[in-house]
Write a protein that binds this ligand. Structure first.
Ligand code: ADP
Length: 191
């Protein structure tokens, strides 16, 4: 299996690029944010819980997120692999992901990070908020809170995967097509 963590701060373009990668490599794309939003829309219990955190730009509690992710993986075990988008977001989640994949005799092949400057991110997210209907994109304070959490809890995962020789940084500024080409080059270079 080819299992990729698509990584980068909020607004880096993970969702946009994941849609291309999934087609090119035949992988299952799991976006934790999308799964939460689906649950919110359908007014499930998980959705109600997740919404209370997401609207403030905070992380949904780890165990809730890990259980949800495990269930998504379990549904797709016959696939060629996964693109994890929005997960893991902290070390505890990264460790849980390793344990989960190990239980299926597979592992993370690479973390590929889209690197984008903060000011570009805030601008992109607020712009997305004009049309996305996402409450967490609509307001400067919440957007900045999400970026702050990224630096406080998530960015450290770069060292987590670098220590295993699995970290690959990609310049996330440029046209969508150019960035796709950069990502494909990294993926094609993996064993
Ligand atoms: P973005 O990448 O633009 O921040 P996402 O759609 O990935 O947006 O996530 C939106 C929100 O969903 C996050 O701010 C957080 O509240 C929640 N969320 C998504 N993934 C996780 C996760 N792995 N752990 C905890 N909360 C998460």
């Amino acid at each position: 299996m080819k299992n990729l963590v698509l990584f980068g701060p909020p607004g880096a373009g993970k969702g946009t690029q994941a849609a291309f990668l999934k087609e090119t490599y035949g992988l299952i794309h799991i976006s934790t944010g999308d799964v939460f939003r689906f649950n919110i829309k359908n007014e499930t219990e998980l959705g109600t819980l997740a919404k209370s955190f997401m609207d403030k730009g905070e992380l949904v509690p780890d165990q809730v997120t890990i259980d949800m992710l495990s269930a998504e993986v379990a549904k797709n075990l016959d696939s060629k692999g996964f693109i994890f988008d929005g997960f893991p977001r902290n070390v505890l989640q990264a460790e849980a992901l390793d344990v989960l994949l190990d239980s299926y005799d597979t592992e993370i092949s690479a973390m590929i990070a889209l690197e984008v400057d903060d000011e570009v991110l805030v601008e992109r997210l607020l712009k997305r908020g004009e049309t996305s209907g996402r409450p967490d994109d609509a307001n400067d304070t919440v957007v900045r809170n999400r970026i702050k959490i990224y630096y406080n809890e998530t960015a450290i995962l770069k060292s987590y995967y670098a220590a295993k020789d699995k970290y690959f940084g990609v310049d996330g500024v440029g046209s969508v097509e150019d960035i796709t080409v950069r990502l494909n080059a990294v993926i094609d270079s993996l064993k």
